[in-house]
Design a protein around this ligand. Sequence first.
Ligand code: UDP
Length: 488
Amino acid sequence: MGVKAKELHVAFFPFMAHGHMIPALDIARLFAARDNVKVTIITTPLNIGTFIKANENSIKIGASIVNIQVFKFPTKEVGLPDGCETPDFSLGTAMIHNFFKASEMLNEQLELFLENVRPNCLVADMFYPWATECAAKFNIPRLVFHGFCYFSLCAQEIVRLHEPYKNLSSDEETFVLPCLPHEIQLTRLQISEDLRKGEETFFKRIINRVKESEVDSYGVIVNSFYELEPDYADLYRKELGRRAWNIGPVSLSNRSTEDKAYRGKQTSIDKYECLKWLSSKKPDSVIYICFGSTASSIDTQLHEIAMALEASGKQFIWVVRNSADNGKNEEWLPTEFEQRTKGKGLIIRGWAPQMLILEHEAIGAFVTHCGWNSTLEGISAGVPMVTWPIFAEQFYNEKLVTDILKIGVPVGVKKWSRTPLIEDIMKREAVEMALREIMEGKEVEERRNRAKRFKAMAHKAVERGGSSYTDISALITELRGYHLRQQN
Ligand code: UDP
């Protein structure tokens, strides 16, 4: 009989935005499901609900219980509004800067936790580059979690190092990303406005610190699977020299309907009602539209989307986030839109059970803002996408989906912007054209078949013996070895 391995304690410290906390919980689940691995998640008082369902008081994974460690968030100290424990871009740039400052002030509580609890590994979000130093004080290896795919990690680093956006004649002129195995073109307008500005900015400094911490840390864990982007997994490790483990798609750690429905928040629609509606539709006949957890669309844009949906004649589920609070005053909604599209379309105001929806056979396409969680959830469900990037690394994700994987159609967004302006909106004609192309264009079958092949690969990667399963095993073995060496 083999000797039982000593318990490994892994602490997760996600950034307090849903796009970071949701996959962190999935990863925590993956680790806790392994033999003799104990898991702690660090969060703040108002974010506990992202991890623990309202009707439960702990997270159980098989026989293990995930510990939750709560840090006080210094909202008042930096002048953030009461109750602001997730970044809200509608508060403006100054407040976002304050949010980052408040996050950095968590370092003292982190050090105290590390000193007292002594986990064997700290998985800290990319936005906490300072966490590497905190962990190093106690000889604890720190892993970075970005929530990016390999392609975007490579593209972002290549753009940062080579600055191919400089010396162009205009913001609209295309340039090729150097040193990549595929020819990927972008314009200066499609890269982050912090790079475009040229001078030192708050975010530019953060990204530089993030990139340095990738190198200074023990390594990087990536929510992707090798077969999806082998060229870029290799490039990231071999050419860019990062130690990295691919462990995704982490959303596939959700097995029950309950877990798939409750991801981050209580949904604004009953999950069974939503599934019943979908089950009344033919396979591949419904378009799902959702722009993630942070991006908010201006009214004019929502109106254009509504007009495009109606003109396309397609069936749809449309998630409108910024309408949740003022459902009565919806100026963007065309008169009697819901009466005219009754039975054909469903608007979810607020939060949708996205994973359950995407996995339903009735879904034929996903209009996405290309947040990596959503993109990978679309890939894992085998659903072709209309790509509609807004900011962050979303324009890179778009290129992966449309140019490399060839499972998407771009809606044609020209400009990266945290808060898109009225002159930047996508017109109804462009939206309608993309909807028609993804649902009935001449490449529909090929695109669907490719998407289904990636779905099969994704599921295989997380099964016992699959590439991501094996990478998690290798990482756990390595961390145990590190821990043993520290003890001797
Ligand atoms: N999500 C959800 N319901 C919603 C909106 C988003 O479950 O109505 C989930 C989605 O499944 C994904 C995450 O929230 O896991 C959003 O992350 P992503 O990286 O796609 O975008 P972000 O919110 O970070 O921009």
